[in-house]
Design a protein around this ligand. Sequence first.
Ligand code: NAD
Length: 383
Amino acid sequence: MDRRVRMGMVGGGQGAFIGAVHRIATRLDDKIELVCGAFDVDPQRSKAFGKEVFLPDNRVYGTYQEMIEAESKLPEGERMDFVSIVTPNHVHHPVAMAALSAGFHVACEKPMTVTLEQAKELEQKVKETGLLFLLTHTYTGYPLVKHAREMVRNGQLGKIRRIVVEYPQGWMASRTEDTGCQQASWRVDPSQAGGSFTMGDIGTHAANLAETISGLKITDMCSDLHSYVPGRKLDDDGSILLKFEDGATGLLWASGVAIGEENGLNIRIYGEKGGLTWRQEEPNTLVAAWLDKPKEVLRTGLVDSQIAQDKTRVPPGHPEGYLEAFANLYTNFAGAIADAKAGKSASPESHDFPSVKEGVRGMAFIQGAVESSKQQAWTKFPV
Ligand code: NAD
């Protein structure tokens, strides 16, 4: 393609968290440009924010409906190529459906929707339209996560036995939602967040990471969700026993009330021949332990899998992190869009990014966690 891929953004206005991260990540490899947006739930604030990101007034819209309608009328090459959805969860489904119906590719934040039914509907729409869909499970973008996945695929760990994944945070240990923190208030409101705070917000990342690295799907879950902070309608901590395909078992813990924890996503995978440990807060180190030889400390830029090296930008010892992992998702997605425009096949698998399939599994994971906790019993993974 002889130009950058053009992005329209929904959400991510003044004071928003992840929209700004997406704007940085899309610029990192210089393949994507922001051309329009409906940035805020309040149309006036959306217009005002457009000036902060230097967009012309006629490409800043009051609502996503206006944006999709107006952009559809512009000539190809001028109009946006895809919509990036960075709103609270309950807005993902309507925007994604509208964008796909109008012929635009979609990048969407997780959890993909607020119900499993909506997720399946979206999957069907993606199938029907043949358009591309990126689900931003950020942590799959790290080079060492890709390398860990390669090691499992190559059989280096042997048959997988145990997967232990945790994602504790401490920022919701008191009534953060009463402090004017916009990120907190919608996350514990079931009408905006969906059926679970911890499992929707962070547990879904942990489950996706476990399935991505191990290549094994969760089949059964036994969940115990709690709400420790008084007055909360949704859980703020939860533990889940997991069964995976091929006899592997696991544990998943996600928490918003683990005081002192920042963004503690950690995963350990144990097979018959070895084990792997990766910690998101130290993402440039992967520890491999072996049954028959000493432990190895693997570092970003110094591993032998091509897929990990291709997603590393600077020489070893120059730390890469969250923004680069995000950029890795977006750059692959931009490549897929360019290929699709050139008439080449552009499946998520060939370009390596999470998509609508992972979104459906994420919503099934949340539904299963809530149901199992209610029944205090094992439940089958709902898809
Ligand atoms: P936020 O509250 O900081 O920002 C949400 C933004 O969406 C605000 O600007 C709000 O005005 C806007 N908005 C709401 N409704 C809208 C509408 N109808 N039209 C246009 N704009 C609208 O939220 P956040 O923390 O940035 O989270 C946003 C999404 O990103 C959530 O789904 C969350 O789960 C996800 N998230 C993902 C990651 C990750 O690592 N992948 C990290 C944080 C958040």
